[in-house]
Design a protein around this ligand. Sequence first.
Ligand SMILES: [Zn+2]
Length: 216
Amino acid sequence: MSCLRRVGAPLLLIALAIGLATAPATARARPGSTQSLSAVAHDVQAGDRNDLILWRGVPDLDRAYLLGRFRWSRCRIVPVRVVGGTTIWRATRAAVAHVRRASGLPLHIQAEPLPDGRGIRVRAHALRARYTLGETSLFSLGGELWRADSDIDVAKAGSERLSTVIEHELGHALGIRHSPRYEGDVMSPVVRRGPLPLSAWDRAAFAYSGRGRCSP
Ligand SMILES: [Zn+2]
C-alpha cells in the first residue's frame, strides 16, 4: 500500500479497495495495517455477502449506500486527475459529467497533479486478477473523504463498457458501496456489458454521496 505512505499516516481513517468484476463477483478488501482499517474492510466484505439480508431490515442510509460514513465536502471542488491516454480521458470526461449531475458534487477534471494529494486519480492500469475491471482505494481525513485512487483495466473493460466501469469506480471514490443486485446497476459488483444507464439505486446512492458536510 505505497499510496498510504505517500498521503501520510494522519490520513488513515479508512483505506480499502473495491473491485468491479466481469464475472464472477470478486469484490474484496485488502487487509489493512491498523485496527480501524481491518474493521472497515471486514464490514465491507460481510456487507457484500449479506446485502440481500441487510436490505430486508429498515435501511440505515449510511449502510445502504455508503462504505463508511465518509463523504467528500460538497462545497469544495473535487479534482479528478486522469493518468493515461486519449481513450481513458474521453471515457472519464463522460463519466465525470454523469457523476457530477447525479451527485451534485463539484467534480472537476484537471491536467495538473492533485493539490496536497487531495482528489480522485483515475489511472489506466492493467489489473492482475483475471475478472477484475477496476479497483478503487479510498482514504479519509477528519471524517471526510480526501483521496481516492481508481485503477481501470482499459483493455479488459473494452470500449463499450469503459465509461460504465469508470462511473462504477467513481462511485466507490465517492464512498458508495455495491448495490444489492448482482448485475444491472452501474454499482452492481458485476458489469457484463455497457454502457449502462444509472438505475434508481445508482441515482439514489450518487445523490446521497453528495449530501456531505460543507467544509472550507
Ligand atoms: Zn465495485
